[in-house]
Design a protein around this ligand. Structure first.
Ligand code: GRF
Length: 192
């Protein structure tokens, strides 16, 4: 991936579907001096995403798309190009992007997943972790490839699972680590 040239920050779009705590965290990070990125666009598939509030709070452009329509990805690509977006961070984004979309941003789309990939791809991760009596779980930041949760791993963080942990408790513990890991991954990508 491209390295940072001069002092210009890499224009980044964050795709969300829900709460947006990772989005909020990335915005906070982007405002720090050491951050190689700025957050310039927020895209959501869900107008009820709580995370959309951060567009207003931090004065970031946002757009909500109905992903049932086939033309949507084309429209998003146009917006991203028009806004000179050079990095896409998926943060709790619940839609699968097409091969064509991904090839338009080759090596420039990253995602955070709440497991130690390649273990536990997909949904209901923490339930499966408990069912399998795992002693550890964690989170992963990876490049996005057409196959779900299968792109090259950038960075991971382990989280201990206790016997009495519920899926909710694990989710909370993992999310706390996600907030540290996503900025770390971005620094790693851009050689900081
Ligand atoms: C995170 O656990 C992320 O790994 C998963 O969905 C959750 C999103 O949380 N894909 P938030 O919307 O960033 O608060």
């Amino acid at each position: 991936m491209a390295t940072l040239v001069g002092y210009k920050k890499i224009k980044t779009a964050v795709f969300i579907s829900g709460t947006g705590s990772n989005l909020r965290n990335l915005i906070k990070f982007s405002k720090s001096k050491k951050s190689p990125i700025s957050i310039n666009y927020i895209i959501s598939n869900n107008h009820k995403s709580k995370g959309l509030q951060y567009a207003q709070i931090f004065k970031i452009k946002k757009k909500i798309f109905n992903f049932k329509k086939r033309i949507v990805e084309k429209q998003i690509l146009q917006i991203l190009k028009r806004n000179e977006i050079n990095l896409i961070c998926l943060a709790g984004f619940m839609k699968i992007l097409s091969k064509n979309f991904i090839s338009n941003f080759e090596g420039k789309i990253i995602n955070i997943h709440p497991s130690l990939l390649p273990k536990y791809k997909g949904l209901k991760v923490h339930e499966r972790v408990i069912k399998n009596k795992e002693k550890f779980t964690g989170c992963t930041v990876h490049y996005v490839a057409p196959k779900l949760d299968s792109g090259k791993i950038i960075i991971q963080k382990k989280v201990r699972v206790s016997k009495r942990d519920t899926p909710q408790i694990i989710a909370k513990k993992v999310l706390k680590q996600e907030h540290k890991l996503y900025p770390k991954a971005i620094l790693k990508i851009f050689n900081h």
